[in-house]
Design a binder for this molecule. Structure first.
Ligand code: ACM
Ligand code: ZN
Length: 503
């Protein structure tokens, strides 16, 4: 076997910080020295037998990492792995590091039938390594979400941004406002573009309507997903959109619109002039806070056109009372007020980069989606940023030339891989404000689970590597080789992966 004669390069994604090949190799089928290696979780009962030694000690790992100057959050995820013919040794400061060491072993043993003996010293570059899933335009369901969380864990990704509500459907149970799901979680047409004819929004179907398309997550579903994610060190961050992207909310509760005929020309927007809008949002958020332990709540903030607000007597009265000079400032008033509410409940807000308009809420984290520039501006003002730029990380953009109802731009794997968010003029002193990176799967064009996964993979592999690996370890030709090997394995596991060779 060639593996015996000549060590093969590893197929690990993300590339580890330091990898040294040793003498000899271990058959992957022999690795069940390690219990449950094929599905490692936080609560794995760790076998510390002769063949599998696990040392959980800050002191020991610090010695390995001497001179590296890592932050505490990096140390928590860091690990040392030593794979020899007779066994494996893992050193980590925290169980999270042990978990990532096991993901490394799982990936090596899954991709190759024999793994080189080696030593690996590894730690993450960014603390936020995320995937966003749009559940509103296409509803994926619990099993799909868990399947993607499993792949995220293998890729050492640790944030799942759950885009739960938007114009085409509300997807989470809220007891205080049952009409949200009863009236707007289903619709007659499954495919988004069939529903949104003429871009004005379509009709919904009441829960129980025969053949209607849709669904929502009950509180029990959310609890199941959260426990699955937590077992894999993944934090789930829910998004409740405001003030735009609220067509469905207004369909369920029309009184939340501006005081204009039909609620105003723009059918998406809530009215920030009315106290009842804040009462609604706060009650919804209280239930969301009860469901999701994340310290973050994503409050949307994108693409509010604000035209209604210029005419609405309630909005105008609010602007006079609060001394607001523009509708941008009115939006900022709303976001700041929601931030205060979030703080009162021990939470911090994240918003899309439009929350910079009219003045940014003091402690807000910005998701930079229009490009890199909004993120640079926010960092310059001392805010934390997560980079999700459309041109690099919007996974609804097509990978091929013409198939699968392409959206806007061509976004092949190499382009996704090419982004380095810190290469864009962020100083060393400000780098800690860049929390990390996230791929976003918007689902306007998604028809089913097969299609959704094909849009995710292999591009999520590239985002995982940018999020975890040290920049000097990034290497496109080598990544392409590794992505191709992992794609083949992922297909065997039942994932749909777009063939990189067709890009
Ligand atoms: C967005 O793509 N509207 C955040
Ligand atoms: Zn209004």
């Amino acid at each position: 076997m060639s593996t015996q004669a000549q060590p093969q390069p590893t197929h690990l994604i993300p590339a580890p910080a330091a990898y040294k090949v040793g003498k000899g190799f271990v058959k992957s089928s022999a690795l069940p020295w390690i219990p449950d290696l094929w599905s490692p979780t936080r609560s794995l009962s760790l076998d510390t037998s002769r063949n599998c030694k696990i040392v959980k000690s800050k002191r020991v790992l610090h010695r390995r990492l001497e001179g590296r100057n890592l932050a505490d959050w990096q140390l928590k995820s860091a690990y040392w792995l030593e794979l020899g013919k007779k066994g494996v040794k893992i050193e980590a400061a925290d169980e999270e590091g042990v978990f990532y060491a096991l993901q490394t072993l799982k990936m090596m043993a899954s991709v190759d039938s024999a793994v080189n003996c080696c030593t690996i010293l590894d730690w993450p570059r960014f603390r936020y390594r995320g995937v966003m899933l749009d559940e509103s335009r296409h509803f994926q369901g619990k099993d799909f979400v868990k399947k993607q969380l499993e792949m995220m864990a293998l890729l050492k990704m640790n944030r799942f941004h759950f885009h739960l509500v938007d114009n085409p459907g509300w997807r989470v149970q809220i007891d205080a406002y049952p009409r949200l799901t009863k009236l707007t979680a289903w619709r007659p047409e499954a495919f988004f573009w069939d529903w949104e004819k003429n871009r004005t929004g379509g009709l919904f179907a009441e829960e129980g309507t025969p053949e209607a398309y849709g669904g929502y997550y009950t509180k029990q579903d959310i609890a199941d997903i959260l426990s699955f994610a937590d077992e894999r060190y993944i934090e789930v961050i829910p998004e409740i959109e405001m003030p735009g992207h609220n067509y469905e909310t207004r369909a369920a509760y029309p009184e939340l619109a501006c005081s204009l005929p039909n609620g105003g020309k723009d059918p998406w927007e809530l009215c920030p002039g009315k106290e009842s809008t804040f009462e609604f949002l706060e009650k919804v958020l209280l239930e969301i806070f009860d469901m999701f332990p994340s310290k973050y709540i994503h409050i949307g903030g994108d693409e509010a056109r604000k035209n209604n607000w210029k005419q609405c007597p309630d909005c105008q009265a609010r602007m006079v009372a609060e001394g607001l000079k523009s509708v941008e400032e009115l939006q900022s008033y709303m976001i700041r007020r929601m931030e205060r509410f979030a703080h009162e409940h021990g939470k911090r807000i994240i918003g899309w980069d439009e929350i910079l308009q009219g003045g940014l809420a003091p402690d807000a984290t910005v998701m930079s989606w229009h490009g890199i520039e909004a993120g640079l501006k926010a960092v310059g003002e001392g805010h934390d940023v997560i980079f999700t730029p459309t041109h690099y990380y919007y996974l609804d953009y097509h990978q091929d030339s013409a198939q699968f109802r392409p959206v806007g731009r061509y976004l092949p794997l190499e382009k996704v891989y090419s982004l380095d968010p810190l290469a864009k003029g962020i100083s060393m002193a400000d780098a800690h404000h860049v929390l990390g990176v996230q791929g976003c799967l918007w689902t306007e064009h998604v028809q089913d689970a097969w299609h959704a996964e094909m849009m995710l993979y292999p591009r999520v592999f590239a985002i995982a590597e940018t999020g975890w690996s040290q920049p000097e370890k990034k290497d496109w030709p080598d990544f392409e080789r590794r992505a191709s090997a992992l794609s083949a394995v992922a297909r065997k596991w039942g994932y749909t992966v777009y063939p990189p060779s067709l890009q």
